[in-house]
Design a binder for this molecule. Sequence first.
Ligand SMILES: Nc1nc2c(c(=O)[nH]1)N[C@H]1C(S)=C(S)[C@@H](COP(=O)(O)O)O[C@H]1N2
Ligand SMILES: [Mo]
Length: 411
Amino acid sequence: MVHFNPALSRRNLLAGAAVGGLGLAAQPLWAQTMVDLGLPGKPSRRPMTKAFPQKGEMILQRMRPPLLETPMAVFDRHILTPNDQFYVRWHWANIPESVDAASFRLKLHGHVERTVELTLNDLLHGFERIEYVAVNQCSGNSRGLFAPSVAGAEWGHGAMGNARWTGVRLRDVLDRAGVKAGAVDVRFGGLDEAVVGEAPKFLKSLAVDHARDGEVMIAYAMNGEALPLLNGFPLRLVVPGWYSTYWVKMLSDIEVLSARDDNFWMAKAYQVPKTPFGDVPPGTVDFPKEAISRMVPRSLITNLVEGQKVMAGAPLMISGIAMGGDCGVARVEISTDGGATWQIAALGEDLGPYSLRRFTHKITMPAGTGRIACRCTNTKGISQPLAMNWNPGGYMRAGVETVTVVAGEKA
Ligand SMILES: Nc1nc2c(c(=O)[nH]1)N[C@H]1C(S)=C(S)[C@@H](COP(=O)(O)O)O[C@H]1N2
Ligand SMILES: [Mo]
């Protein structure tokens, strides 16, 4: 899983540190075209925008702090999501508009032998480089589709992206500081700050053994380029297989704690029911909770939109993307008869256990309205549930998704 990418030069990683006018749109946003996210029972038309630095055409969910969603068509075209169409999510609007690569420092402190401050040069040259492909998915991806609906950002399916991440092992960096016996959690903070004084700064933690597993990465590159500012330039944490709430951006501070982290973002926010798929009966508010953690399998058809007209009785190629969650994809199946029978889809290139995987399958739809479902089973043998999961936070959507097509005389 560890490869060296010679195309990554020091030069292209340390350049391009500043972008101007973060989200303070230079062009009229409302002149852009609209997209319909197809969210049930609520307004779901969103403007497309090209107004954000280092970003191409994105679905605008919110201006400040920036919430930008990746259009589904991007996932149909690319298995590695291009950096300029990779989704963006921040909790607080107080984000630096530029970061000076030369003076930037990553600080390690707390329950360690010695406090350490590392430059970007130290990270590029002082540690072994690692690289792997991994899906970054927001805990609330697809929340807008929850029925009954729940509070929170109304994402369609595009609050996720797949990238090749390059950086260093968090373990190696922690070893430089020397984690002391009795360490419990490792807490990560970025350069963004809460907007009003008493609001809690965004901080996330991993258990010390997870932090030292040799896979968790401090990444300085994404798809062979420096991270876009909005995706965390110059450094971000990559926690493969876990929801991206843990993937702290503009990572500047690592604190080793000798007790469990009970800060707001760990103990209060991002709590899910302690059940498989975080599922509770719709409307339930009270249940045993735990902090969200590992991702679960998902699959989505990317070459058809809801309500698409197709030719009846003619071969129809469907394609889509699947993820195993915290492991690889074992298989993807397709059903056109409401789940009575399933056919195995062909899988595309395997880019590693944490990557998205392409699937394709040829079907034939009889005349009339039909529904096409896809279901992923991961290499741990976990399949997407047929009944959609639900919880009040709108987290961990994982049930089998469908696309309705109308088959007739012509497509
Ligand atoms: N510093 C910082 N890191 C952060 C966040 C944040 O608000 N601040 N949000 C987290 C959440 S909830 C998500 S979904 C991902 C989004 O990553 P992206 O913007 O690169 O797609 O960043 C994570 N890392
Ligand atoms: Mo998120």
